[in-house]
Design a protein. Structure first.
Length: 352
């Protein structure tokens, strides 16, 4: 059984609107010190214990640490091509790669199962929303555009644990293990025949779709032209079938009409977010990242409390005590679900 979120309780004496549920994760990188983002970079700005408390972002070793860096507004220069003064999308902080001028393969991971889902992977009905800054757009002089290869991903890595943030191998290194599945959006790392440096790309690893220009690695060109500046990105994963096939949609800037809709085999689910910067010789920036999954909200309506949730194929459960073993299915419950406030205290959650 997959439990999504233990949501909220209501009582007959509540006199005002109950708060709506919020995103499971929002990170604008405002709470971090400027410098190395990695929690497992020894004695650096944002060092934190494996498993918390504190900083959840960690990097595989090798190639790091350090990897992504927390920075303020700064000048980003692509020699002979363009000079950008980059300000955070919001707030005063954002993150980027090392900005070394060479391919540095800067990766940082966030363990979704451990941090957000009671040590269970997410099987579907999730989304990842973020902003990215493209430093060169479609500029082809000095081969600039192909050197920008940043992307963000939802993925399943075989050795990402459920009991702490990252697994330490026998060499004492953080090791995410074998990449099993990955959904990526941004600028592709694959530049084989068919790759368009003038457009953004999406990845469904693995895929058998003939529409991919790189079927082996699942990369698709998108009908969205690269331009310099901040862009809004979204990966949306729908409800999986019984064999783990889930609909997926990718959006850049236009969050109503997807740039690509397809399916992905997610038999193992999704257990991490991955930010990838400076895979080529240039780094872009990330900011204002949001992860959403099935969550409940409750609002008052006269003598009733209305429970709502945004997805199908989930079963509503209730309890009078927030202990997992005490929850009971509500047969046939669909959103919105009405509950009388004469039931003084009830806790609700979704299960799959």
């Amino acid at each position: 059984m997959k439990v999504a979120v233990l949501c909220c309780a209501f009582m007959a004496l509540v006199s005002g609107p109950l708060p709506a549920a919020t995103a499971l994760l929002f990170d604008g990188f405002e709470s971090y010190h400027r410098g190395t983002l990695d929690a497992n970079s020894p004695s650096d700005a944002n060092t934190a214990p494996n498993g918390g408390p504190g900083n959840p972002w960690w990097t595989p070793v090798p190639p790091g640490p350090p990897n992504l860096h927390v920075v303020a507004a700064e000048t980003n220069i692509v020699p002979g091509v363009i000079t950008n003064f980059v300000t955070p999308h919001t707030g005063t902080n954002m993150v980027r790669g090392l900005n070394s001028g060479a391919a540095d393969s800067d990766h940082d991971f966030f363990n979704l199962a451990y941090r957000l889902n009671h040590s269970k992977v997410f099987s579907g009905n999730v989304s990842l929303d973020w902003w990215f800054f493209d430093p060169v757009g479609a500029k082809t002089n000095a081969n600039a555009a192909p050197q920008y290869q940043d992307c963000a991903s939802l993925a399943y890595y075989a050795s990402v644990p459920t009991y702490t943030d990252y697994f330490i191998d026998n060499l004492g290194q953080a090791d995410p293990g074998l990449l099993v599945s990955q959904l990526s959006l941004g600028a592709a790392t694959s530049q084989i025949a068919g790759y368009k440096s003038t457009n953004y790309q999406a990845q469904i690893f693995h895929t058998s779709s003939s529409n991919a220009y790189d079927v082996a690695n699942g990369w698709f060109n998108l009908p969205v032209a690269r331009t310099v500046g901040w862009h809004h990105a979204l990966i949306s994963v729908g409800n999986p079938s019984s064999n783990g096939i889930a609909p997926v949609s990718f959006y850049i800037d236009d969050l109503v009409n997807p740039a690509l809709t397809n399916t992905a085999s997610l038999t193992n689910g999704l257990n991490c977010i991955v930010l990838q910067a400076e895979n080529g010789g240039l780094t872009g920036y990330f900011d204002d990242l949001t992860f959403n999954a099935p969550v409940l909200s409750i609002a008052l309506a006269g003598p009733n409390a209305i429970v709502t949730w945004p997805v199908t194929n989930w079963t509503l459960q209730f309890s009078t005590n927030p202990v997992s073993s005490s929850f009971t299915d509500i047969p046939g419950a669909t959103s919105p679900f009405t509950n009388s406030l004469t039931n003084k205290i009830r806790f609700f959650r979704l299960r799959q």
